[in-house]
Design a protein around this ligand. Structure first.
Ligand SMILES: Cc1ncc(COP(=O)(O)O)c(C=O)c1O
Length: 267
């Protein structure tokens, strides 16, 4: 349920006719509904409540509007960011630095420094070399960066090829068969605290079977890492649930968490 509905053939946002907004401020105009954002934030939170300790990070790339981010910050959400600009935006919108997760390929040295100096809560490392650079910078500052290794589970999300992130030919994350070795080497570096693994297989997911397949693979990897003596207390589970633009029912969040690997305490 959202707060957009038709009344006498005119679309309303929280009972305000969009025609009135258009007349007052002109077009084009984007109209967001705070009540809808708050409701959806709560529905998602309720959906994953049985997981226990969890942390929800909104991908700022999905909507960087500061008013939208402020609403989500008030709802207790953190942010998934992919640039220095997004780090600044998240914090300026009221998100706690420790609730910010830095994902994405191509992080620059300057961005890694900014993230460390801002006190962000988690770095999702996309490849071994990035982890080595992060460790060096953190150690030179006398800091320890909390990190996860982003793993590519080689699962087809079944959505549009351009928004798939979890097939081996996609540029994101390390290959799952190489993950234990890379994790081991990174865990030995001063300046890094390797806390777990991250994955993201794509956006606009309506069919949750690919997520379940990916989470099963990640669950096995977590078990292997633990058996090798690593303490894994974070599993960062990505793959955005679909937005029903065309009246399709939204994906069911309780099935999502049931599929998730148990991280002991999960973030
Ligand atoms: C790490 C990560 N987080 C978030 C996203 C955004 O997508 P969604 O909001 O569907 O999770 C992407 C998309 O590529 C991503 O790679």
């Amino acid at each position: 349920m959202d707060h957009f509905h038709l009344k006498n053939g005119v679309l309303q946002a929280e009972n305000v006719p969009l025609t009135r907004i258009a007349a007052e401020v002109g077009t084009p105009v984007y109209v967001y509904s705070r009540a809808t954002l708050e409701r959806h934030a709560q529905v998602f939170r309720d959906g994953i409540a049985p997981v226990g300790r969890s942390h929800i990070a909104f991908a700022i790339k999905a909507n960087p509007n500061r008013a939208v981010l402020r609403v989500l910050a008030k709802a207790g959400y953190g942010a998934d960011v992919v640039s220095g600009g997004e780090i600044s935006r998240a914090i300026a919108s009221g998100m706690k630095p420790e609730d910010v997760v830095f994902s994405g390929v191509g992080k620059t040295r300057a961005e890694l420094e900014q993230a460390l100096d801002s006190g962000i809560g988690q770095f999702n490392i996309e490849l071994e070399e990035e982890g080595v650079v992060l460790a060096q910078i953190a150690a030179s500052k006398g800091m320890t960066a909390n990190a996860t290794l982003r793993v590519n589970p080689d699962v087809d999300a079944g959505t549009h090829a351009k928004i798939s992130t979890g097939k081996k030919e996609n540029k994101f994350g390390v290959a799952i068969d190489q993950a234990p070795g890379i994790f081991d080497r990174l865990a030995g570096l001063p300046g890094l605290s390797m806390r777990g693994v991250a994955l993201h297989i794509g956006s606009q997911l309506f069919d949750l079977d690919p997520l379940e397949a990916a989470y099963r693979r990640i669950g096995r990897l977590v078990a292997d890492l633990r058996a090798a003596g690593h303490v894994i207390d974070r599993v960062d589970l990505g793959g955005g649930l679909g937005v029903p633009y065309r009246q399709a029912p939204p994906p069911i969040t309780d099935r999502w968490w049931r599929a998730s690997p148990k991280a002991g305490t999960s973030r």
